[in-house]
Design a protein. Structure first.
Lengths: 478, 446
């Protein structure tokens, strides 16, 4: 955990900022330590280690917000940077047309840690390498098309934070994670298929077993070969589509979670990550069918986006983003909650000591329904089951999205059929959520890294959901 | 500790542990940023950081690391952790080793020292850009303005020393007349001299006005005129695909294309370690190899991959000074200019679309280069050489090789581009391309 003498630097900074006239001050000391290992086509690459450690300071002076950071962890340097930060906030006031205000969210005092059985610090490069070598061996053993190109990378790491603010919050946290990323390229008869795989959870070394990581990636390789050798062209047209957990999860993240970030709605991310098709007044707006239900929950045990207390010292609660097709809640931090006059749900996160906390998703997912997968398939006369995707994107207002399928099956008269090649779901947000007819019982999650902010902050999240049936949507081909 | 001291102490600690080779690269810098939205300050930011990157090798084993825990105790502990981890690893199959000869690489390129302490200037420039956008018709603007001065120092166990400093000032402004009508402006410069915030603001404001009442286009193939901002997004990706690491790992469409045509005759792309007016780069790479100018594509033909020492050994080539200890990467990309003017290019278009900004470029398959990207901000239909209406809700869905093999015209005028969607600074012209596939989403909008 963060050492006491370092915590004192944060306390010093907060007191100093207040003494110099800041209306509000906070300081966060963060240590992020990690190890990584990569195999390229079966060959070990140099192993990697990272050790990030420093302090981030944020002050508010008459509605002007300033953030600064340094890794020089000495009293004089922190005191000096604090003074500069207050001065910078005051000097920037001439650019303020609308003052930043913070709501009166209840401050949290205490500590939390993600569940961890075997300490993540034991996951050094040798351990990561042994997992990847076994994975690589099993991928190569598979029958069928060759997979000559294999990027397999795994990382273990832990974020430790100490946070204090002038409204009374004081928190300490430890969140360990294990992550995997891979790119498999299968080649046969001049054709190429590629799959990107990402897996990750909070926790210690036990995560690898809990995820059954090696078998999961081996199975991805088997599927990739099948797609390359067996997928046939699909006729474009209108049809029913079952989105797998992977697809319903990415759709929930991209076209529900992002447009319901209150900072986008209020325009703060307009320059880079974009705004939203929604307005301040959109709460209660019907965006989907009665079957459209989407949430974001930062408290899921083992989740990649686990964050029970946010980086403004506020308890993070489950957010019901869409309930029975209606937009019911936005993701909030202290400033957007104050501006919109609503309850703060604690969505402020920061990836490192040198990044300001901004509104982020945690684990965004379609809520479960009451169907089995077989029941959903039986309901489809003409359609496809979209199991995994490759290319995807969405516009900056989160209205026009596209998902290109990799593993996808034809469905005819309630029966799952053969693989189809690169079906494209290119659809508006209301059309997608308006076409949800039924949902499966079982929710599954995928890990992802979500990008937002300037400088960019790639933050760990889960996306997920059950199998989700869309009725009568247009499917194209690549 | 100052960066040179950090390198020296780190190197001593590593040699004491018994490594065969070690490289320390320390960077120290100041960055200042103003972010604004709805014409009002969102946040002012400042970072004062020094970071050390470490490379250790012993008996064919290598490890690399980065640390901002740079006090004496933190640095020693980090080097020791690296060493202990490394000696338990097995040998790498391809191990190049550092050159025996030491080099002194202290010839600093041009930089603007004023950008290290530009708090007041940054604030004034933000106001200037916002006012220019309003003057051009915008109702509100959001943006980020960032000034930085970063010095890098290298010290390696073979005695090589490097030192260089770069500066940059980057403005990204997006202006709105309505929620669905926006324009984008950029100004990127290595010094205050070339920085034009008002020009960027005016461009964003004008396009936000022209984008009112936009319509979705029909799907199909169009001629597409890409602004330097859009073209630089795709070209910076070509820079990554030219990395020998990407080629070796099968994550590049340039695999098995050496010496072959991958673009039109008029398309040439070069990487520069340092270039006058360039926004980044260094005179040395992470392995202490002097950086250079490397032609990647010459008159449409792929002529070089980008290498570090290890990829060079594997490919039986020479390092191009683009290390990255694991992956080589581009420093500053330059697309050769054409001889057309913007107006002339528009007149050439029978049925085309002008794209001024884009985002979210994603690939179906890196090996084939098939991708789609989403245009944003100023997007205009051109019919028979005339701009006829603003467009929105479209997507460019094609492949990199096909696009750059269908370049019809390039402009004389070029701009330096670096922003959220363009990591590698890129000097880029307007690019007119034939036969680009345009798609749109199914369903209505609220």
């Amino acid at each position: 955990m963060i050492r006491e003498n370092v915590k004192e630097l944060a306390q010093l900074s907060m007191r100093e900022a207040r003494r110099l006239g800041a209306d509000y001050a906070e300081a966060r000391v963060q240590s992020s330590i990690g190890s990584g290992f990569m195999l390229k086509n079966g060959e070990p690459q140099p192993s990697m280690m990272g050790d990030s450690f420093g302090i981030g300071i944020r002050v508010l002076c008459d509605g002007a917000l300033a953030f600064s950071a340094t890794n020089i962890m000495e009293r004089t340097a922190v005191r000096s940077l604090t003074a500069k930060t207050v001065k910078m906030a005051k000097a920037s006031q001439r650019l303020v047309k609308k003052k930043v205000r913070l709501d009166d969210s209840r401050s949290v005092r205490g500590s939390f840690s993600a569940a961890e059985k075997e300490k993540v610090e034991g996951g050094d490069a040798s351990w990561l390498k042994s997992i990847l070598l076994e994975m690589d061996k099993r991928i190569q053993k598979g029958k069928g098309a060759k997979i000559p190109n294999r990027i397999l990378a795994a990382a273990s790491g832990v974020d430790e934070k100490y946070y204090i603010n002038s409204d009374g919050a004081e928190t300490e946290s430890r969140v360990p994670r294990i992550n995997f990323f891979g790119i498999l390229t299968a080649i046969s008869g001049g054709e190429v298929a590629q799959r990107m795989v990402q897996q990750g959870e909070t926790g210690g070394l036990e995560v690898v077993k809990r995820l059954d990581l090696i078998s999961k990636v081996e199975e991805e390789a088997r599927i990739l070969r099948s797609v390359l050798e067996g997928a046939t062209k699909l006729e474009a047209g209108k049809m029913d589509v079952i989105l797998s957990p992977e697809l319903s999860g990415i759709a929930a993240h991209e076209s529900v979670g992002h447009p319901q970030e209150a900072d986008r709605i209020l325009g703060r991310e307009g320059a880079q990550a974009g705004e939203s098709y929604l307005k301040k007044s959109s709460l209660g707006y019907r965006i989907g069918s009665k079957e459209a239900n989407v949430s974001d929950d930062p408290n899921l045990v083992h989740s990649n986006g686990y964050c029970p207390v946010d980086d403004e010292g506020v308890r993070a609660t489950k957010r019901r983003l869409i309930v029975d097709g209606e937009i019911t809640e936005f993701l909030q931090n202290r400033s957007t909650a104050a501006e919109l006059g609503v309850r703060n749900n604690g969505s402020a996160r920061s990836v490192d000591f040198n990044r300001e906390p901004i509104i982020r998703m945690s684990n965004t997912f379609v809520e479960p329904g009451d169907h089995t997968r077989e029941e959903l398939i039986r309901e489809v006369k003409h359609g496809i089951y979209l199991k995994s995707f490759t290319e995807w994107n969405i516009d900056d207002k989160r209205l026009n999205q596209r998902y290109v399928g990799l593993e996808a099956y034809r469905i005819k008269n309630g029966q799952l059929g053969p693989l189809v090649k690169a079906p494209v779901l290119e659809i508006t947000t209301p059309a997608l959520w308006g076409s949800v007819r039924a949902r499966g019982k079982e929710v599954e999650f995928e890990s992802a890294t979500c990008g937002k902010g300037d400088p960019m902050q790639g933050i760990p999240v889960w996306t997920g959901g059950p199998d989700t049936l869309l009725g009568g949507v247009r499917i194209g081909t690549r | 500790m100052i960066p040179t001291e950090l390198n020296e102490r780190g190197l001593k600690a590593a040699m004491r542990l018994g490594v065969d080779e070690a490289i320390f690269v320390s960077t120290a810098g100041n960055e200042q940023m103003i972010r604004f939205a709805n014409d009002s300050l969102s946040v002012a930011k400042k970072t004062e950081e020094s970071v050390v990157s470490v490379y250790l090798a012993k008996a064919g084993r290598r490890i690399v690391g980065g640390s901002s825990n740079t006090d004496e105790e933190g640095l020693s502990a980090f080097v020791e952790r690296l060493y202990k981890t490394m000696i338990n690893l097995s040998k790498e199959p391809v191990y190049a080793g550092l050159p025996r000869d030491a080099t002194k690489l202290k010839k600093a390129g041009t930089f603007d020292r004023r950008l290290g302490d530009a708090e007041k200037a940054v604030s004034e420039f933000a106001s200037e850009a916002i006012e220019a956008a309003r003057g051009a018709g915008a109702r509100r603007s959001a943006g980020a303005l960032e000034a930085s001065l970063v010095s890098s120092y290298l010290l390696s166990s073979n005695g090589t020393e490097g030192q260089d400093t770069t500066s940059s000032i980057l403005l990204n402004i997006r202006s709105f007349t309505e929620r669905n009508a926006s324009g984008h402006g950029l100004s990127c410069s290595s010094s205050l001299k070339g920085f034009r915030p008002a020009v960027a603001g005016r461009r964003a404001g004008e396009d936000s006005k022209r984008m009112l009442h936009s319509k979705k286009p029909d799907e199909g193939t169009y001629q597409v005129l890409m602004s330097p901002t859009v073209a630089a997004n795709l070209i910076s990706l070509i820079g990554s695909f030219a990395s020998a690491f990407s080629v070796d790992s099968g994550t590049s469409y340039l695999v098995e294309k050496m010496g072959k045509r991958v673009g039109s005759d008029s398309f040439s792309l070069t990487d520069h370690g340092r270039i006058e007016g360039g926004l980044g780069g260094r005179v040395f790479d992470d392995e202490g190899t002097p950086t250079q100018s490397t032609k990647i594509i010459e008159d449409g033909v792929l002529v070089n991959y980008l290498h570090n020492l290890t990829t060079a050994k594997r490919f039986k080539a020479k390092s191009t000074g683009n290390a990255g200890w694991i992956e080589p990467d581009a420093w500053n990309l330059e697309v050769a200019p054409g001889d057309s003017g913007y107006s002339e290019m528009v007149k050439e278009m029978k049925r085309g679309i002008i794209l001024t900004s884009n985002w979210y470029t994603r690939f179906t398959n890196y090996r084939t280069g098939e991708f789609s990207t989403v245009p944003r901000d100023g997007t205009f239909l051109v019919e028979n050489g005339r701009i006829t209406k603003p467009l929105s809700g479209l997507r460019m869905s094609d492949s990199l090789e096909r696009i750059f093999s269908s370049v019809k015209l390039l402009s004389k005028e070029r701009e330096w581009i670096q922003w959220w969607e363009v990591d590698t600074p890129t000097l880029c012209p307007w690019v007119l391309v034939d036969g680009v596939k345009i798609t749109r989403a199914y369903g209505s909008a609220p």
